[in-house]
Design a protein around this ligand. Structure first.
Ligand SMILES: Cc1cc2nc3c(=O)[nH]c(=O)nc-3n(C[C@H](O)[C@H](O)[C@H](O)COP(=O)(O)OP(=O)(O)OC[C@H]3O[C@@H](n4cnc5c(N)ncnc54)[C@H](O)[C@@H]3O)c2cc1C
Length: 423
């Protein structure tokens, strides 16, 4: 039977949706095995959530190191085509031969950009920076973050003032094109790997924990940015209300997780992430007192070793029990936490100057076309087809597990390329 070919004699490519660590792994492994791959990433750059972290557990190394190796492998492989600001809008067909509709959103900045930064300097529009989870502001035209790949500016048009073209006027290279429009394109692909990852659960939906009402209540992903050298405080972990050094910090585990009213499942990484965050705080402030309120401390497999070492190093106090209420002291903005202490059989109220909510991971699959099957929580389910999930789009996972999953899904995707050849 004839092979499903792209019309130029070549087998159809594998489409990878999402350019985080799982999608990048899948793209690189498939291409290095000789397959053509198209990556569509909806944001202006690759790397996904880990690009915003200060350090990775368990080794506590900085994420740009690991990501840079992947970017180099992509740059050196002509079989991989990367499209940022691109999304999968529609999909039909069968394993080995799908028709995908891709929407290419405008960047408004062309390849002529030299990254001189003049456009950002003259831009009058400031907007909360999503990379810093709103803890800093950014210009409408900007480099998405310091380590962005591709290293290219982009314009957040929703943040622009009506009729403003200051950036276009200031650009000496003619690299700003405000007339760009979105483009829809059809593409034939042999299989699809959905690696759209996760977003943090919206902590504002958890009424009793005070997020957004009290400025010194932050989330785990915000703490990552506070600790990062390119973050809003230059890497110093400081209280948002007054910029003071926190002396007593509490972590609330399972903030919304394992709760039928919010996320009924366990995200698997939050306990280890909070222990990592305790290590960040203690390395900056060796005298800081840290408490972790937990339901069950889950640090599976080899992470148990990391957990035991971190608990010993940080002197963190572990209290098993759910937090019932958070109140704010109106003058000092300190926080009163009322919780049960299950192991001692009592109710306690303690005072802290910073509270970190360990929110779970929500799969980012809601905007994907029908035909990509998901379970009741939105995670991509296994289907006997050419459509596969990888990484946190498929289950909550740490980076190592996401990389392993991306590698495994490469094989599945390659089987669909073969199916296309045989059909
Ligand atoms: C607080 C916290 C700390 C953590 N710390 C660690 C740690 O120290 N060590 C560790 O091993 N793990 C850690 N993790 C887990 C780690 O973040 C994940 O394992 C990793 O991000 C999974 O990568 P991914 O590629 O599956 O998803 P993501 O990183 O979310 O990447 C998905 C990509 O897909 C893109 N995308 C989304 N929707 C679309 C769409 N419709 N079309 C196109 N593209 C799309 C996104 O823009 C993104 O670039 C932590 C998790 C949390 C919550």
């Amino acid at each position: 039977m004839p092979a499903a070919e792209s019309g130029n004699g070549k087998p159809l490519p594998i489409l990878v949706v999402g350019g985080g660590i799982a999608g990048l792994t899948c793209a690189i492994e498939a291409a290095e095995a000789g397959n053509r791959v198209v990556v569509v990433e909806k944001s202006p750059c690759l790397g996904g959530r880990v690009a915003g972290f200060h350090q990775y557990f368990p080794k506590l190394c900085p994420p740009p190191c690991g990501l840079e190796i992947n970017f180099r492998r992509i740059r050196n492989n002509s079989l991989i085509a990367v499209h940022t600001l691109a999304e999968l809008k529609d999909l039909c067909g069968k394993p080995g031969d799908y028709e995908a509709i891709i929407r290419f959103n405008p960047r408004y900045v062309t390849a002529q950009c030299t990254m001189c930064g003049e456009c950002s300097r003259v831009c009058p529009s400031e907007t909360p920076d999503p990379f810093d989870y709103g803890m800093s502001s950014a210009r409408a035209i900007r480099l998405p973050h310091r380590f962005a790949y591709p290293a290219q500016y982009a314009i957040d048009r929703e943040a622009c003032m009506d009729g403003c073209h200051a950036c276009a006027d200031a650009c000496r290279y003619g690299a700003v094109d405000l007339a760009q429009k979105p483009v829809l394109e059809k593409m034939r692909v042999a299989s699809v790997v959905v690696a759209t990852g996760w977003a943090p659960y919206d902590a504002a939906r958890i009424d009793n924990l005070g997020f957004r009402r009290f400025s010194n209540v932050i989330t785990n992903v915000m703490l990552e940015r506070l600790a990062a050298a390119d973050g809003p405080t230059g890497g110093r972990i400081l209280r948002p209300s007054d910029g003071k050094v926190p002396r007593a910090v509490a972590f609330i585990q399972c903030a919304g997780s394992r709760d039928e009213n919010h996320l009924p499942y366990c995200s698997g990484v939050c306990c280890t992430a909070s222990l990592k965050h305790a290590a960040y705080i203690r390395s900056q402030y060796p005298d800081a007192k840290i408490t972790m309120f937990y339901i069950d401390l889950r640090t599976p497999g080899e992470l148990d070793h990391f957990a035991a070492k971190t608990v010993a190093d940080t002197g963190i106090e572990l209290i098993k029990g759910k937090v019932a209420r958070v109140q704010e002291h109106p003058g000092s903005r300190d926080l009163l936490v009322t919780a049960e202490d299950v192991l001692r059989g009592r109710k306690i109220t303690r005072e802290y100057d910073l509270l970190v909510l360990a929110v779970g991971m929500v799969p980012q699959t809601a905007d994907l076309p029908m035909g990509i099957r998901t379970d009741q929580f939105g995670f991509v389910t296994e289907a006997a087809s050419g459509i596969h999930g990888a990484g946190c789009a498929r289950f909550p996972a740490d980076t190592a597990a996401s990389v392993r999953d991306g590698t495994g899904m490469t094989l599945r995707a390659m089987q669909s390329v073969s199916a296309g050849r045989e059909s």
